[in-house]
Design a protein around this ligand. Structure first.
Ligand code: MG
Length: 256
């Protein structure tokens, strides 16, 4: 069980700056997503952008991870490694990145279509976004991790999809992974009470089919067991008394 660390307003200000940079880095990577682009090229774009702004990519070297971003295509849920593989028309791709700046990490992810996709895939992407919003809407002092998980799970299952059970969101700060654990399922009122100053990476992983996942032989890539598609979205937020501040949103102006 990782430690829960309450941040001071000054520490949250640092994470806000890291989050603004992460949002811009992610936007730069997403702008490069197109058929024929290699996942390694997306990784280079992210690493260059982050380092050019005086920060470091959180993921590179983390537990031996070889790259600055995770790139997970179609039935891959999370933790795909960039490489020579090229994006194809009709695919979806999740880009997950972390930024380390001023002593703090932030974590953010989006899943987008590489080109035109079918209606059911569009609905999967929209559901993942809505699930993240629903989880964030539950985030405030006095609520619990179970409230967040329940909100995510209910929205996803009502849409006819499933939430991954084997992976969860997490606290984030001086360490990339802190407590509390944030499952994407749960019961209202259960789990860890939320407190002002907690900083959380909320990250629904939404499968078009069943919730079961498997890990590839590379020991990183997580994919759906039934090979149906999966979408993953993530924001780092700060818990406040009235709600959550999204630290990795593009609406935050970047004083960098
Ligand atoms: Mg995360």
């Amino acid at each position: 069980m990782s430690l829960i660390v309450i941040k001071t307003p000054e520490e949250i200000a640092r994470m806000r700056r890291a989050g603004a940079l992460a949002a811009r880095a992610l936007a730069a990577v997403l702008a490069a997503v197109a058929p024929g682009v290699s996942t390694a090229a997306l990784d280079r774009r992210a690493e260059t952008f982050i380092r050019d702004h005086g920060a470091a990519p959180s993921f590179k070297g983390y537990r031996g991870f070889p790259a600055s971003i995770c790139v997970s295509v179609d039935d891959e849920v999370v933790h795909g490694s960039p490489g020579p593989r090229r994006l194809r028309e009709g695919s979806i791709v999740s880009i997950d990145l972390g930024v380390h700046l001023e002593g703090f990490h932030v974590d953010v992810a989006r899943t987008v279509a590489v080109s035109e996709v079918d209606e059911s895939t569009r609905r999967l992407l929209a559901t993942a976004e809505a699930a993240l919003a629903a989880g964030i809407a539950e985030t405030r002092a006095g609520r619990t991790t179970g409230d967040i998980g329940h909100a995510v799970q209910r929205l996803v299952e009502r849409a006819g999809f499933s939430v991954v059970r084997d992976l969860a969101g997490h606290g984030v700060g001086r360490a990339l992974h802190e407590g509390p654990e944030l499952p994407n399922f749960g019961t209202p009122g259960d789990g860890v009470p939320l407190r002002t100053g907690m900083t959380l990476a909320i990250e629904p992983m939404v499968n078009a089919g069943g919730f079961a996942v498997v890990v590839d032989a590379d020991e990183w890539t997580v994919r759906t067991r039934d090979r149906a598609r999966s979408a993953h979205v993530e924001h780092t937020v700060a818990v406040g008394p009235e709600g959550a501040e999204i630290l990795t949103g593009l609406t935050v102006s970047a004083p960098i």
